[in-house]
Design a protein around this ligand. Structure first.
Ligand SMILES: [Zn+2]
Length: 111
């Protein structure tokens, strides 16, 4: 279990983009974007700036797996397995974590 912020994923955007596109198999425009990303300071750049370089918000967005809403921070649950044994990752926003907490609190003392 780990807390991940929007800044955390912004700091990862160059290495993630390199993993996805550095082979050059997806066209020169992906490599041009990589060069633009390498020129920015990931510790201070806004998500909006990265979105404008890449052309969409998918590389700077965190969405809750339960409610589907965008969140600037999520708790990430990894190494979970579905009924077929496939690994899955779950992202939880604070609101959904609080709802889970309330479910446990309502159940206290019922056993
Ligand atoms: Zn949520």
């Amino acid at each position: 279990m780990q807390l991940v912020t929007k800044r955390d994923i912004i700091k990862q955007v160059i290495s993630d983009w390199e993993k996805a596109y550095s082979s050059g198999l997806y066209g020169g425009d992906k490599l041009e974007i990589l060069e633009k990303l390498k020129k920015i300071n990931l510790n201070t750049v806004s998500a909006k700036k990265i979105d404008s370089i890449i052309g969409n918000k998918s590389w700077t967005s965190l969405n809750c797996s339960v409610c589907g809403k965008h969140s600037d921070k999520v708790v990430v649950l990894k190494d979970l397995y579905d009924r077929l044994g496939n690994t899955c990752i779950v992202y939880l926003c604070l609101n959904c974590v609080l709802k889970i907490n309330n479910l446990f609190l309502k159940d206290l003392g019922k056993d």
